[in-house]
Design a protein around this ligand. Structure first.
Ligand code: PMP
Length: 289
C-alpha cells in the first residue's frame, strides 16, 4: 500500500510520523474518515468543510492544504483503488515548548487508504451484520469541555464506552456499538455513529445541539427523507423514546445505514422505512459509477 505523508507518497511500511508529533503526544489533531466510490469521494465538500471547521476550532485555520483533494486522489490512484476507506489526519505537527500550542503551525498531513469494496448482493451496505446496540453508563464529555461537533484525534470517550461494553457483556450477544447519553440523560450518539429511530412513521434523530458530531451520513439521510416526504423530527430524546421505537438504525461514513436488531436486549425488526432509506442511499451512491 502507498500512503501520503506530508506531500509524498510512501510505501505504507515506511510511512511514519515523529514521536514528537502533537497528534501522537496530545491528540492535538483533526481527522476525517471518507469513502471513495468508483474513485470519487462521497460528499467531499462536506468532509472538507468539517475538517476545516475542526482546524479552525483548534486555532490552525490554514493547516488544511489547498491540494488535499489531489493528495487523496493520488493515494487512491497509487493503490489502484476505486472503492475505498480513506482517512485524512491533520495534526499540529512538531513544535517547540510543551502543551501550549505555538502560533506557527507546520502541520503533519497523512492520507491513508484501505480497500473497501461495495460488496454484498444488490449493492447492499458494507456492514457484515446488523448492529447490536447497548446503552452504556459512560456519558458524553459535555460540549463545554470538548465540543462534540469537531472531529479530533481525541476518541477516548468512545473508547471507554466500547471498553465498558466489553467489560459488562452478559451472555452471547456481543454489543458492537454503545449508545451514549449526556450528563442529563439525553441520547447523543454512538461511539462512531449517529443514531436514528422511527416512531409512528416519523424519522427521529437527536438534534445538532444534542452533543453530537454532525455526521455527514446523518445529513444525507435527513435530506433523502425530506425529499420523499418522510416526516422528520430532530429533538432531545431519552432512552424511553428509543426503546418505544419501531425501527432503529445507525449511520456513519463506513457503515452507511446500519439497522439495529437489538437495543438493550430488546429485539427490533428491520422495518420498511429503514429498507427504503437504504435503497434511496444506494441510489445516491450508484450515481458515482
Ligand atoms: N459520531 C461520531 C462520534 C463519529 O465518530 C462518527 C464517524 N465520523 C459519526 C458520528 C458519523 O459521522 P459521519 O456520517 O460523518 O461518518
Amino acid at each position: 500500500m502507498y500512503y501520503h505523508v506530508n506531500g509524498e507518497l510512501v510505501d505504507s511500511s515506511n510511512a511514519s510520523v515523529s514521536v514528537r508529533d502533537r497528534g501522537f503526544m496530545y491528540g492535538d489533531a483533526a481527522f476525517e474518515t471518507l469513502r471513495a466510490y468508483g474513485g470519487s469521494i462521497f460528499e467531499w465538500e462536506a468532509h472538507l468543510a468539517r475538517l476545516k471547521r475542526t482546524c479552525e476550532t483548534l486555532a490552525m485555520p490554514d493547516a488544511v492544504p489547498g491540494d488535499l483533494a489531489n493528495r487523496v486522489e493520488e493515494t487512491l490512484a497509487a493503490n489502484d483503488l476505486e472503492d475505498a476507506y480513506v482517512r485524512v489526519s491533520v495534526t499540529r505537527g512538531e513544535q517547540p515548548g510543551k502543551l501550549t500550542p505555538h502560533p506557527t503551525v507546520e502541520p503533519t498531513i497523512v492520507v491513508i487508504v484501505a480497500s473497501l469494496p461495495r460488496g454484498g448482493l444488490d449493492g447492499r451496505s458494507i456492514w457484515d451484520e446488523p448492529a447490536v446496540l447497548r446503552t452504556v453508563k459512560t456519558r458524553r464529555i459535555p460540549d463545554e469541555a470538548l465540543p462534540a461537533d469537531i472531529k479530533t484525534h481525541n476518541y477516548l470517550n468512545g473508547i471507554l464506552a466500547r471498553l465498558e461494553l466489553r467489560r459488562t457483556q452478559r451472555g452471547d450477544t456481543i454489543a458492537d456499538e454503545a449508545l451514549i447519553r449526556d450528563l442529563n440523560g439525553y441520547i447523543t450518539e454512538g461511539t462512531t455513529s449517529n443514531v436514528f429511530f422511527i416512531t409512528d412513521g416519523t424519522l427521529c434523530t437527536p438534534s445538532l445541539d444534542a452533543s453530537i458530531l454532525p455526521g455527514i451520513t446523518r445529513s444525507v439521510v435527513l435530506s433523502l427523507a425530506q425529499k420523499v416526504n418522510i416526516p422528520v423530527e430532530t429533538d432531545h430524546y431519552r432512552i424511553e423514546d428509543i426503546h418505544a421505537a419501531n425501527e432503529v438504525f445507525l449511520t456513519n461514513t463506513t457503515w452507511e445505514l446500519r439497522p439495529v436488531t437489538t437495543l438493550d436486549g430488546i429485539e427490533i425488526e428491520t422495518g420498511a422505512m429503514t429498507d427504503r432509506l437504504i435503497r434511496l442511499f444506494n441510489q445516491r451512491i450508484e450515481q458515482f459509477y
